[in-house]
Write a protein that binds this ligand. Structure first.
Ligand SMILES: Cc1cc2nc3c(=O)[nH]c(=O)nc-3n(C[C@H](O)[C@H](O)[C@H](O)COP(=O)(O)OP(=O)(O)OC[C@H]3O[C@@H](n4cnc5c(N)ncnc54)[C@H](O)[C@@H]3O)c2cc1C
Length: 372
């Protein structure tokens, strides 16, 4: 049995701990925070992520605290009119087509389910423990290090020093991208906004996403490129939604960061050290796939570690299995941002395409049907 040290207990670190423990190896997670508090409000788990979580036996626990949205509805932020919509849970949708449902959940609830399972499987999760990366003296007691320490990863900085993928992440875009996030009780919203659908409003240089995270609460994110101009998000529904949030705690502001995709397996793993989750591939949140890719990474790591006896070779196999997929999803997330935030003629063309082919385009089988 090999012993893995994991830096970070976010969704990536806890998923890696579950994956490693399930393949019969030892996992110790060091997390710098004193408690696993809620980082951000809600999260969507596409069928590609849910299929893996169900394979780990966590489907029921996740559905017990999260919810399955009924529809995806894309609207114009100027006047609420529907550009496209499709069912997310009918006969032909996620469960039947992709073998798993589309789920929305509070991040804190997802982390609790992952933490409990990691501990039940024997992983040791230690809070209040900052990892010093490759120079950490505790490493001598372990066979491998998995850097799941997020966007500002110390493990990555040290592992990739002197390469084109070393250094710090940069603010996204030319003008900066900001996410304003909030969670509200549905009871505080006007009746017509208490929806069980994932709703997206598209505006110039900005969009709004709102979805339920359980039967009582709704998660709202305004994504903005450049300086805030809430005035252009003034459809009747958005006005009501934003007013309700501002009257009940308001939004929390997050700057969005970016790193170019790593183009090669050699950047993901070196010797007995590998990167996983945002440490390897932070992405703009416009496909709602950052955490899903961390979960896919963990599943690939599990398979590689179960197949290869030699740890370094297992980490190389993991890196080879993941780098192209993650690069594609990072690039497509950026492209989705261009499409969501289009203005002028491009916006006109996008809306026309959405009206004609939106139902088919939003199914994205390349993303949700991925076989690992
Ligand atoms: C607005 C927004 C909306 C999003 N929506 C979605 C969505 O709907 N679906 C989806 O799949 N993804 C979504 N994402 C992306 C998703 O949130 C991230 O990809 C995911 O949370 C990354 O998880 P992680 O564990 O890699 O990193 P993190 O969550 O950053 O966790 C890293 C952990 O490492 C710890 N750490 C850092 N340094 C050290 C150290 N030196 N020693 C010990 N511990 C350390 C940190 O404290 C932290 O707990 C969204 C992102 C944003 C910004």
């Amino acid at each position: 049995m090999a012993k893995f040290l994991i830096a970070g207990a976010g969704i990536a670190g806890l998923s890696a701990a579950i994956a490693i423990s399930r393949s019969g190896h030892g996992a110790t997670v060091l997390e710098q925070a004193l408690e696993l508090s809620e980082v951000g409000a809600g999260i969507q788990l596409g069928p590609n992520a849910m299929r893996i979580l169900m394979d780990w036996g966590l489907g029921e626990a996740i559905l017990g605290v999260g919810c399955e949205p009924t529809h995806l509805i894309v609207r114009d932020a100027r006047d609420d009119h529907v550009l496209t919509s499709r069912s997310l849970n009918d006969q032909d949708a996620a469960r039947q087509k992709y073998g798993a449902p589309h789920v929305c959940i509070r991040r804190a609830d997802l982390q609790s389910v992952l933490l409990k399972d990691a501990q039940d499987k024997g992983a040791n999760v230690l809070l209040g423990q900052t990892m010093q990366g490759l120079h950490d003296s505790r490493l001598v007691n372990f066979d491998a290090l998995i850097g799941c320490d997020g966007l500002h990863s110390k493990v990555r900085e040290q592992m990739l020093v002197g390469t084109k993928h070393g250094g710090k992440p940069r603010l996204a875009g030319f003008m900066g991208h900001t996410a304003y996030r909030a969670m509200v009780d549905m009871a505080l919203l006007p009746l017509e906004l208490r929806s069980q659908s994932v709703q997206v409003w598209l505006g110039a240089s900005q969009h709004v996403v709102a979805y339920p995270v359980n039967q009582q609460q709704m998660n709202i994110v305004i994504a903005q490129e450049g300086a805030p101009t809430l005035a252009s998000l003034m459809s009747a529904q958005l006005h009501a939604l934003i007013t309700a949030v501002q009257a009940n705690g308001g939004f929390t502001e997050w700057q969005l960061f970016h790193r170019p995709p790593m183009l090669g397996a050699q950047f993901y793993a070196k010797g007995n050290v590998a990167l996983l989750g945002d440490a390897a591939h932070p992405m703009l949140p416009y496909l709602a796939q950052g955490a899903a890719m961390a979960i896919e990474d963990a599943q690939a790591l599990r398979q590689a570690v179960a197949r290869e006896v030699n740890i370094d070779m297992a980490l190389q196999a993991y890196a080879k299995a993941r780098w192209k997929r993650n690069a594609r999803v990072q690039i497509q997330s950026q492209m989705q941002g261009y499409a969501f935030h289009a203005s002028g003629l491009t916006r006109f063309a996008r809306d026309a395409v959405l009206r004609v082919a939106g139902e088919r385009m939003t199914r994205m089988p390349w993303l949700y049907s991925y076989q690992y």
